[in-house]
Design a protein around this ligand. Structure first.
Ligand code: S3P
Length: 427
Protein backbone atom coordinates (compact mmCIF):
# COMPACT_ATOMS: atom_id res chain seq x y z
CA UNK A 1 0.00 0.00 0.00
CA UNK A 2 1.45 3.38 -0.98
CA UNK A 3 0.55 6.68 0.67
CA UNK A 4 -0.07 9.04 -2.24
CA UNK A 5 1.15 12.63 -2.37
CA UNK A 6 -1.01 15.71 -1.82
CA UNK A 7 -0.15 19.08 -3.37
CA UNK A 8 -1.04 22.66 -2.47
CA UNK A 9 0.30 23.67 -5.89
CA UNK A 10 2.31 22.24 -8.79
CA UNK A 11 5.02 24.22 -10.53
CA UNK A 12 7.77 23.38 -13.00
CA UNK A 13 8.83 21.82 -16.28
CA UNK A 14 8.94 18.13 -17.11
CA UNK A 15 10.12 16.12 -20.08
CA UNK A 16 7.67 13.23 -20.17
CA UNK A 17 8.87 9.71 -21.06
CA UNK A 18 9.01 8.41 -24.61
CA UNK A 19 5.95 7.27 -26.53
CA UNK A 20 4.99 3.68 -25.74
CA UNK A 21 3.30 2.89 -29.07
CA UNK A 22 6.24 4.20 -31.11
CA UNK A 23 8.81 2.47 -28.86
CA UNK A 24 7.14 -0.92 -29.40
CA UNK A 25 7.02 -0.38 -33.13
CA UNK A 26 10.62 0.84 -33.35
CA UNK A 27 11.81 -2.59 -32.15
CA UNK A 28 9.39 -4.46 -34.40
CA UNK A 29 10.24 -2.51 -37.55
CA UNK A 30 13.94 -2.67 -36.70
CA UNK A 31 13.70 -6.46 -36.40
CA UNK A 32 11.85 -7.08 -39.69
CA UNK A 33 13.77 -4.49 -41.75
CA UNK A 34 17.02 -5.29 -43.48
CA UNK A 35 20.12 -3.67 -41.97
CA UNK A 36 20.75 -1.65 -38.84
CA UNK A 37 18.16 0.41 -36.97
CA UNK A 38 19.01 2.74 -34.09
CA UNK A 39 16.45 3.98 -31.60
CA UNK A 40 17.04 7.00 -29.40
CA UNK A 41 14.80 7.99 -26.47
CA UNK A 42 13.36 4.43 -26.32
CA UNK A 43 10.86 3.92 -23.47
CA UNK A 44 12.54 1.59 -20.98
CA UNK A 45 9.29 0.58 -19.27
CA UNK A 46 8.06 -2.98 -18.68
CA UNK A 47 5.75 -3.13 -21.73
CA UNK A 48 8.35 -2.03 -24.28
CA UNK A 49 11.01 -4.22 -22.67
CA UNK A 50 8.61 -7.16 -23.26
CA UNK A 51 8.78 -6.34 -26.98
CA UNK A 52 12.56 -5.99 -26.92
CA UNK A 53 13.04 -9.34 -25.13
CA UNK A 54 10.55 -11.12 -27.41
CA UNK A 55 12.49 -10.17 -30.54
CA UNK A 56 15.79 -11.09 -28.90
CA UNK A 57 14.22 -14.50 -28.22
CA UNK A 58 13.38 -14.73 -31.94
CA UNK A 59 17.07 -14.38 -32.75
CA UNK A 60 17.30 -10.65 -33.46
CA UNK A 61 20.51 -9.07 -32.09
CA UNK A 62 19.39 -6.02 -30.06
CA UNK A 63 21.78 -4.04 -27.88
CA UNK A 64 21.18 -1.21 -25.45
CA UNK A 65 24.16 0.94 -24.47
CA UNK A 66 21.96 2.95 -22.10
CA UNK A 67 21.55 5.74 -24.65
CA UNK A 68 20.78 4.10 -28.00
CA UNK A 69 19.14 0.78 -28.85
CA UNK A 70 20.77 -0.88 -31.87
CA UNK A 71 18.89 -3.57 -33.78
CA UNK A 72 20.51 -5.78 -36.43
CA UNK A 73 17.46 -6.26 -38.65
CA UNK A 74 16.91 -9.77 -40.01
CA UNK A 75 14.30 -9.05 -42.66
CA UNK A 76 10.84 -10.68 -42.58
CA UNK A 77 12.29 -14.10 -43.37
CA UNK A 78 15.05 -13.89 -40.74
CA UNK A 79 13.23 -14.54 -37.46
CA UNK A 80 14.24 -17.84 -35.81
CA UNK A 81 11.96 -20.43 -34.19
CA UNK A 82 12.09 -20.56 -30.36
CA UNK A 83 11.60 -23.76 -28.35
CA UNK A 84 10.00 -22.22 -25.29
CA UNK A 85 6.93 -19.97 -25.05
CA UNK A 86 7.67 -16.21 -25.13
CA UNK A 87 6.57 -14.15 -22.11
CA UNK A 88 4.78 -10.98 -23.23
CA UNK A 89 4.00 -9.75 -19.69
CA UNK A 90 1.14 -7.22 -19.60
CA UNK A 91 1.42 -5.87 -23.15
CA UNK A 92 -1.57 -6.12 -25.47
CA UNK A 93 0.26 -4.16 -28.16
CA UNK A 94 3.17 -6.61 -28.15
CA UNK A 95 1.12 -9.79 -28.38
CA UNK A 96 -1.33 -8.50 -31.01
CA UNK A 97 1.23 -6.91 -33.32
CA UNK A 98 3.54 -9.93 -32.99
CA UNK A 99 0.69 -12.18 -34.09
CA UNK A 100 0.66 -10.26 -37.39
CA UNK A 101 4.44 -10.46 -37.79
CA UNK A 102 4.63 -14.18 -36.86
CA UNK A 103 1.78 -15.05 -39.26
CA UNK A 104 4.30 -14.86 -42.11
CA UNK A 105 6.97 -17.10 -40.56
CA UNK A 106 7.36 -20.80 -41.39
CA UNK A 107 7.34 -21.94 -37.75
CA UNK A 108 5.20 -22.16 -34.63
CA UNK A 109 5.49 -19.72 -31.69
CA UNK A 110 3.67 -19.67 -28.36
CA UNK A 111 2.99 -16.28 -26.74
CA UNK A 112 1.76 -15.94 -23.15
CA UNK A 113 1.35 -13.15 -20.62
CA UNK A 114 0.27 -12.17 -17.10
CA UNK A 115 -3.22 -12.61 -15.58
CA UNK A 116 -4.53 -9.42 -17.18
CA UNK A 117 -3.22 -10.27 -20.68
CA UNK A 118 -4.64 -13.80 -20.33
CA UNK A 119 -8.14 -12.30 -20.12
CA UNK A 120 -7.89 -9.99 -23.13
CA UNK A 121 -9.77 -10.83 -26.34
CA UNK A 122 -7.63 -12.02 -29.26
CA UNK A 123 -10.27 -13.08 -31.83
CA UNK A 124 -10.21 -9.51 -33.12
CA UNK A 125 -6.70 -10.28 -34.41
CA UNK A 126 -6.87 -14.08 -34.84
CA UNK A 127 -9.92 -14.04 -37.16
CA UNK A 128 -8.53 -11.70 -39.85
CA UNK A 129 -5.09 -13.37 -39.67
CA UNK A 130 -6.68 -16.83 -40.01
CA UNK A 131 -8.51 -15.61 -43.12
CA UNK A 132 -5.07 -14.71 -44.55
CA UNK A 133 -3.94 -18.31 -44.09
CA UNK A 134 -2.10 -18.31 -40.75
CA UNK A 135 -3.07 -20.71 -37.98
CA UNK A 136 -3.72 -19.16 -34.58
CA UNK A 137 -5.32 -20.73 -31.54
CA UNK A 138 -5.99 -19.65 -27.97
CA UNK A 139 -5.89 -21.54 -24.71
CA UNK A 140 -8.07 -24.69 -24.78
CA UNK A 141 -10.03 -23.54 -27.84
CA UNK A 142 -10.70 -20.07 -26.38
CA UNK A 143 -9.58 -16.70 -27.77
CA UNK A 144 -7.34 -16.06 -24.75
CA UNK A 145 -3.56 -16.42 -24.34
CA UNK A 146 -1.43 -18.47 -24.43
CA UNK A 147 -1.73 -18.10 -28.21
CA UNK A 148 -0.05 -20.51 -30.60
CA UNK A 149 0.79 -18.89 -33.94
CA UNK A 150 1.72 -21.17 -36.83
CA UNK A 151 2.86 -18.96 -39.66
CA UNK A 152 2.91 -19.58 -43.38
CA UNK A 153 5.09 -18.13 -46.10
CA UNK A 154 1.99 -18.28 -48.34
CA UNK A 155 -0.11 -15.54 -46.68
CA UNK A 156 -3.01 -14.34 -48.82
CA UNK A 157 -4.34 -10.77 -49.02
CA UNK A 158 -7.33 -9.45 -47.09
CA UNK A 159 -10.14 -6.98 -47.71
CA UNK A 160 -11.25 -6.16 -44.20
CA UNK A 161 -13.86 -3.93 -42.64
CA UNK A 162 -12.86 -3.46 -39.01
CA UNK A 163 -15.62 -4.15 -36.46
CA UNK A 164 -13.98 -1.87 -33.83
CA UNK A 165 -11.65 1.13 -33.86
CA UNK A 166 -8.32 -0.45 -32.90
CA UNK A 167 -4.79 0.46 -33.90
CA UNK A 168 -3.58 -2.90 -32.57
CA UNK A 169 -5.89 -4.88 -34.87
CA UNK A 170 -5.11 -2.61 -37.84
CA UNK A 171 -1.37 -2.92 -37.19
CA UNK A 172 -1.43 -6.71 -36.86
CA UNK A 173 -3.21 -6.95 -40.23
CA UNK A 174 -0.75 -4.48 -41.80
CA UNK A 175 2.24 -6.53 -40.61
CA UNK A 176 0.71 -9.64 -42.20
CA UNK A 177 -0.29 -7.75 -45.38
CA UNK A 178 3.32 -6.58 -45.79
CA UNK A 179 4.22 -10.29 -46.16
CA UNK A 180 1.27 -11.38 -48.38
CA UNK A 181 1.33 -11.46 -52.18
CA UNK A 182 -0.94 -8.77 -53.61
CA UNK A 183 -3.06 -5.84 -52.45
CA UNK A 184 -4.84 -5.77 -49.09
CA UNK A 185 -7.47 -3.21 -48.07
CA UNK A 186 -8.52 -2.21 -44.55
CA UNK A 187 -11.52 -0.02 -43.79
CA UNK A 188 -11.29 1.43 -40.29
CA UNK A 189 -14.39 1.95 -38.12
CA UNK A 190 -12.91 5.24 -36.92
CA UNK A 191 -9.40 6.52 -37.63
CA UNK A 192 -7.09 5.16 -34.91
CA UNK A 193 -3.45 6.00 -34.13
CA UNK A 194 -1.43 5.77 -37.35
CA UNK A 195 2.10 5.06 -36.08
CA UNK A 196 2.33 1.77 -38.01
CA UNK A 197 1.38 3.47 -41.29
CA UNK A 198 3.89 6.27 -40.65
CA UNK A 199 6.67 3.84 -39.80
CA UNK A 200 6.02 1.70 -42.89
CA UNK A 201 6.81 4.86 -44.88
CA UNK A 202 9.75 5.81 -42.65
CA UNK A 203 11.29 2.34 -43.19
CA UNK A 204 11.02 2.72 -46.97
CA UNK A 205 7.71 0.94 -47.55
CA UNK A 206 4.61 2.05 -49.42
CA UNK A 207 1.07 2.46 -48.10
CA UNK A 208 -1.93 4.49 -49.28
CA UNK A 209 -4.27 6.06 -46.74
CA UNK A 210 -7.41 7.95 -47.61
CA UNK A 211 -9.53 8.74 -44.55
CA UNK A 212 -10.58 5.40 -43.08
CA UNK A 213 -9.41 3.39 -46.13
CA UNK A 214 -5.92 1.86 -46.18
CA UNK A 215 -4.38 0.02 -49.14
CA UNK A 216 -1.12 -1.90 -48.99
CA UNK A 217 0.72 -4.15 -51.45
CA UNK A 218 2.87 -7.07 -50.39
CA UNK A 219 5.44 -8.39 -50.15
CA UNK A 220 7.61 -5.42 -49.23
CA UNK A 221 11.21 -5.17 -48.13
CA UNK A 222 11.91 -2.57 -45.43
CA UNK A 223 15.27 -1.03 -44.59
CA UNK A 224 16.71 -0.04 -41.21
CA UNK A 225 16.40 3.57 -40.01
CA UNK A 226 17.42 5.93 -37.21
CA UNK A 227 14.38 6.53 -35.02
CA UNK A 228 14.00 9.25 -32.39
CA UNK A 229 10.96 8.57 -30.21
CA UNK A 230 8.97 11.68 -29.12
CA UNK A 231 7.41 12.06 -25.66
CA UNK A 232 4.14 10.26 -24.95
CA UNK A 233 1.03 12.47 -24.89
CA UNK A 234 -0.69 9.65 -22.95
CA UNK A 235 1.89 10.13 -20.15
CA UNK A 236 1.67 13.94 -20.47
CA UNK A 237 -2.11 13.64 -19.96
CA UNK A 238 -1.70 12.91 -16.23
CA UNK A 239 0.23 16.16 -15.75
CA UNK A 240 -2.10 18.18 -18.00
CA UNK A 241 -5.00 17.15 -15.76
CA UNK A 242 -2.93 17.58 -12.57
CA UNK A 243 -1.99 21.14 -13.59
CA UNK A 244 -5.58 22.04 -14.50
CA UNK A 245 -7.20 20.78 -11.25
CA UNK A 246 -4.55 21.62 -8.59
CA UNK A 247 -4.78 25.19 -7.19
CA UNK A 248 -2.14 27.83 -8.10
CA UNK A 249 -0.42 25.57 -10.61
CA UNK A 250 1.54 26.05 -13.80
CA UNK A 251 3.24 23.11 -15.53
CA UNK A 252 5.12 22.84 -18.81
CA UNK A 253 5.56 19.46 -20.51
CA UNK A 254 8.28 19.47 -23.15
CA UNK A 255 8.79 17.40 -26.31
CA UNK A 256 5.27 15.94 -26.26
CA UNK A 257 4.23 13.94 -29.35
CA UNK A 258 1.29 15.68 -31.09
CA UNK A 259 0.45 13.28 -33.90
CA UNK A 260 -3.17 14.34 -34.69
CA UNK A 261 -4.46 10.78 -34.18
CA UNK A 262 -3.41 11.13 -30.51
CA UNK A 263 -4.36 14.69 -29.53
CA UNK A 264 -7.98 14.19 -28.41
CA UNK A 265 -6.94 15.18 -24.86
CA UNK A 266 -5.97 18.64 -26.13
CA UNK A 267 -9.37 19.03 -27.82
CA UNK A 268 -11.15 18.01 -24.61
CA UNK A 269 -9.09 20.33 -22.38
CA UNK A 270 -9.90 23.20 -24.73
CA UNK A 271 -13.61 22.27 -24.89
CA UNK A 272 -13.72 22.21 -21.06
CA UNK A 273 -12.16 25.68 -20.87
CA UNK A 274 -8.69 24.70 -19.60
CA UNK A 275 -5.87 27.21 -19.78
CA UNK A 276 -3.58 25.43 -22.19
CA UNK A 277 -0.82 26.83 -24.36
CA UNK A 278 0.96 25.00 -27.18
CA UNK A 279 4.46 26.33 -27.97
CA UNK A 280 7.64 25.26 -29.78
CA UNK A 281 5.62 23.23 -32.25
CA UNK A 282 7.96 21.15 -34.43
CA UNK A 283 5.88 19.80 -37.30
CA UNK A 284 8.64 17.55 -38.64
CA UNK A 285 8.98 15.65 -35.35
CA UNK A 286 5.27 16.09 -34.53
CA UNK A 287 6.13 17.42 -31.07
CA UNK A 288 5.44 20.53 -28.99
CA UNK A 289 5.63 21.95 -25.47
CA UNK A 290 2.35 22.12 -23.57
CA UNK A 291 1.76 24.54 -20.67
CA UNK A 292 -1.27 24.18 -18.43
CA UNK A 293 -2.50 26.39 -15.58
CA UNK A 294 -5.14 25.93 -12.88
CA UNK A 295 -8.41 26.25 -14.75
CA UNK A 296 -12.09 26.87 -14.29
CA UNK A 297 -13.63 23.91 -16.12
CA UNK A 298 -17.02 23.08 -17.59
CA UNK A 299 -18.51 19.70 -18.54
CA UNK A 300 -18.53 18.40 -22.11
CA UNK A 301 -19.56 15.44 -24.27
CA UNK A 302 -16.90 13.06 -25.60
CA UNK A 303 -18.01 10.62 -28.31
CA UNK A 304 -17.65 9.26 -31.85
CA UNK A 305 -14.44 9.78 -33.79
CA UNK A 306 -12.87 11.60 -30.83
CA UNK A 307 -12.79 8.38 -28.75
CA UNK A 308 -9.87 6.58 -30.48
CA UNK A 309 -7.88 9.84 -30.34
CA UNK A 310 -7.93 9.78 -26.52
CA UNK A 311 -8.84 6.19 -25.63
CA UNK A 312 -6.03 5.73 -23.07
CA UNK A 313 -6.67 9.16 -21.51
CA UNK A 314 -10.33 8.52 -20.59
CA UNK A 315 -9.70 7.51 -16.95
CA UNK A 316 -7.80 10.74 -16.23
CA UNK A 317 -10.31 12.76 -18.30
CA UNK A 318 -13.04 11.35 -16.05
CA UNK A 319 -11.07 12.67 -13.07
CA UNK A 320 -10.80 16.08 -14.79
CA UNK A 321 -14.58 16.05 -15.25
CA UNK A 322 -15.16 15.52 -11.51
CA UNK A 323 -13.76 19.06 -11.06
CA UNK A 324 -15.79 20.66 -13.88
CA UNK A 325 -19.06 22.55 -13.50
CA UNK A 326 -21.89 20.46 -14.96
CA UNK A 327 -22.18 16.99 -16.44
CA UNK A 328 -19.62 15.31 -18.69
CA UNK A 329 -20.82 12.41 -20.83
CA UNK A 330 -18.40 9.87 -22.35
CA UNK A 331 -20.00 7.48 -24.86
CA UNK A 332 -18.98 5.14 -27.72
CA UNK A 333 -16.10 3.98 -25.49
CA UNK A 334 -17.02 0.29 -24.99
CA UNK A 335 -13.42 -0.60 -25.94
CA UNK A 336 -12.48 0.60 -22.44
CA UNK A 337 -13.96 -2.62 -21.07
CA UNK A 338 -11.22 -4.74 -22.69
CA UNK A 339 -8.14 -2.76 -21.68
CA UNK A 340 -5.68 -3.84 -18.94
CA UNK A 341 -8.78 -3.74 -16.66
CA UNK A 342 -12.39 -2.91 -17.42
CA UNK A 343 -11.60 0.81 -17.29
CA UNK A 344 -15.26 1.88 -17.26
CA UNK A 345 -15.84 0.05 -13.99
CA UNK A 346 -12.36 0.70 -12.57
CA UNK A 347 -12.61 4.47 -13.12
CA UNK A 348 -16.12 4.79 -11.70
CA UNK A 349 -15.58 2.48 -8.71
CA UNK A 350 -12.19 3.82 -7.59
CA UNK A 351 -13.05 7.53 -8.01
CA UNK A 352 -16.45 7.08 -6.35
CA UNK A 353 -14.60 5.69 -3.30
CA UNK A 354 -13.02 9.18 -3.02
CA UNK A 355 -16.40 10.95 -3.31
CA UNK A 356 -16.81 11.42 -7.06
CA UNK A 357 -20.27 11.17 -8.66
CA UNK A 358 -19.69 8.88 -11.64
CA UNK A 359 -22.13 6.47 -13.25
CA UNK A 360 -20.79 3.66 -15.42
CA UNK A 361 -22.83 3.03 -18.57
CA UNK A 362 -22.65 0.32 -21.24
CA UNK A 363 -20.30 2.38 -23.42
CA UNK A 364 -18.86 5.06 -21.17
CA UNK A 365 -19.28 7.23 -18.09
CA UNK A 366 -21.50 10.05 -16.82
CA UNK A 367 -19.64 12.37 -14.47
CA UNK A 368 -21.36 15.06 -12.39
CA UNK A 369 -19.20 17.87 -11.13
CA UNK A 370 -17.76 19.57 -9.36
CA UNK A 371 -17.31 17.21 -6.39
CA UNK A 372 -14.60 17.65 -3.75
CA UNK A 373 -12.52 14.48 -3.36
CA UNK A 374 -11.85 12.88 0.02
CA UNK A 375 -9.26 10.49 1.38
CA UNK A 376 -9.65 6.73 1.19
CA UNK A 377 -8.13 3.44 0.13
CA UNK A 378 -8.15 2.70 -3.60
CA UNK A 379 -6.42 0.28 -5.98
CA UNK A 380 -4.76 0.43 -9.36
CA UNK A 381 -6.26 -3.05 -9.85
CA UNK A 382 -2.92 -3.79 -11.53
CA UNK A 383 -3.63 -1.24 -14.30
CA UNK A 384 -0.90 1.38 -14.79
CA UNK A 385 -3.21 4.11 -16.05
CA UNK A 386 -5.72 3.63 -13.21
CA UNK A 387 -2.84 3.86 -10.68
CA UNK A 388 -1.48 7.09 -12.18
CA UNK A 389 -4.96 8.64 -12.44
CA UNK A 390 -5.53 7.91 -8.73
CA UNK A 391 -2.25 9.62 -7.78
CA UNK A 392 -3.45 12.71 -9.67
CA UNK A 393 -6.77 12.51 -7.77
CA UNK A 394 -4.85 12.28 -4.48
CA UNK A 395 -3.11 15.60 -5.23
CA UNK A 396 -6.40 17.43 -4.56
CA UNK A 397 -8.03 15.02 -2.09
CA UNK A 398 -8.92 16.41 1.34
CA UNK A 399 -7.68 13.35 3.26
CA UNK A 400 -4.98 10.70 2.99
CA UNK A 401 -5.22 8.42 -0.05
CA UNK A 402 -3.68 4.93 0.09
CA UNK A 403 -3.05 3.07 -3.19
CA UNK A 404 -2.92 -0.71 -3.47
CA UNK A 405 -0.76 -2.24 -6.27
CA UNK A 406 1.17 1.01 -6.99
CA UNK A 407 3.92 -0.93 -8.80
CA UNK A 408 1.65 -1.24 -11.87
CA UNK A 409 2.78 2.25 -13.02
CA UNK A 410 6.09 0.70 -14.17
CA UNK A 411 4.27 -0.81 -17.16
CA UNK A 412 4.45 2.55 -18.98
CA UNK A 413 6.06 5.04 -16.57
CA UNK A 414 8.55 3.67 -13.99
CA UNK A 415 9.47 7.14 -12.61
CA UNK A 416 5.90 8.46 -12.40
CA UNK A 417 5.75 8.99 -8.62
CA UNK A 418 9.20 10.65 -8.60
CA UNK A 419 8.18 13.00 -11.42
CA UNK A 420 4.98 14.00 -9.57
CA UNK A 421 7.06 14.63 -6.44
CA UNK A 422 9.46 16.88 -8.37
CA UNK A 423 6.59 19.25 -9.26
CA UNK A 424 5.05 19.52 -5.80
CA UNK A 425 5.87 22.75 -4.06
CA UNK A 426 4.64 23.74 -0.62
CA UNK A 427 2.95 20.27 -0.39
C1 S3P B 1 -2.22 0.93 -28.97
C2 S3P B 1 -3.53 0.95 -29.37
C3 S3P B 1 -4.66 1.11 -28.44
C4 S3P B 1 -4.21 1.64 -27.09
C5 S3P B 1 -2.99 0.92 -26.58
C6 S3P B 1 -1.84 1.09 -27.56
C7 S3P B 1 -1.16 0.76 -29.99
O1 S3P B 1 -5.28 -0.14 -28.25
O2 S3P B 1 -5.26 1.53 -26.14
O3 S3P B 1 -2.60 1.44 -25.32
O4 S3P B 1 0.01 1.03 -29.68
O5 S3P B 1 -1.50 0.35 -31.11
P1 S3P B 1 -6.44 -0.70 -29.22
O6 S3P B 1 -5.88 -0.92 -30.55
O7 S3P B 1 -6.88 -1.99 -28.59
O8 S3P B 1 -7.51 0.34 -29.18
Amino acid sequence: MKKLSHAKELKGTLRVPADKSISHRSIMFGAIANGKTTVRNFLRAEDCLSTLHAFQALGVPIEDDGETITIEGQGFGGLKAVDSPIDIGNSGTTIRLMMGILSGTDFETTLFGDDSLSKRPMNRVMLPLQSMGAELSGDAGSEFPPIIVTGTDQLTTIDYQMPMASAQVKSAILFAALQAHGKSTILEKEVSRNHTEEMIRQFGGTITVSGKKIEIEGPQVLSGQDVIVPGDISSAAFFLVAGAITPNSELTLTNVGINPTRTGIIDVLQAMGAELEITNEDSRNQSADLTVRTSKLKGTTIEGDLIPRLIDELPVIALLATQAEGTTVIKDAEELKVKETNRIDATANELNKLGADITATEDGLIIKGPTPLNGGTVSSLGDHRIGMMLQVAALISKGEVLLDLPEAVAISYPKFFEDIESLITGG
